[in-house]
Design a protein around this ligand. Structure first.
Ligand SMILES: [Zn+2]
Ligand SMILES: [Zn+2]
Length: 152
């Protein structure tokens, strides 16, 4: 699949990557229907995000359609149109329990998508803790409206 990749400081490049697979039971695979860029992507490109990994697919403002869910995902199902929260979070650690999901201590928690793990400027994305980070888009709201309204 096509993916927009952080190649090196100052270099983003369109490339090819394998389609993501479920890695654990709380993951979902989402087919991206629309995504946008963010100033934080520019910060990655400039090399000013220390946690960003060379080789990662960038992009963390995104909507899509759930394609596959792990066995422990309960709230969303295949075919659901969803927003994807930029923050992935476990909901169980010290910080998550107090609402500070940006500081989730899980290795896939906090700002991981499009920074430490492959993000959404691609055809598909794997979302850890899908029950926490995916929100169904009401039928009256278009993908574009959802993407731009900050529903994630
Ligand atoms: Zn952003
Ligand atoms: Zn957490």
């Amino acid at each position: 699949m096509l993916a927009y990749i952080y190649k090196d400081k100052g270099v983003f490049e369109l490339g090819n990557k394998p389609k993501p697979k479920l890695l654990n039971s709380k993951d979902a695979i989402v087919k991206i229907t629309m995504s946008s860029i963010c100033t934080s992507d520019v910060h990655i490109k400039k090399g000013s995000v220390a946690k960003a990994k060379i080789g990662v697919t960038v992009g963390h403002e995104m909507v899509g359609i759930v394609e596959q869910t792990g066995a422990d995902v309960k709230k969303v199902h295949k075919g659901d149109r969803v927003t994807i929260n930029v923050e992935t979070f476990c909901s169980e650690c010290f910080f998550c329990k107090r609402g500070y999901v940006n500081n989730c201590t899980d290795e896939n928690g906090g700002w991981a998508l499009g920074c430490r793990i492959d993000g959404a400027l691609a055809e598909y994305v794997r979302v850890p803790y899908a029950d926490c980070g995916l929100n169904k888009i009401p039928p009256s709201v278009s993908d574009k409206e959802a993407l731009l309204s900050g529903m994630y």
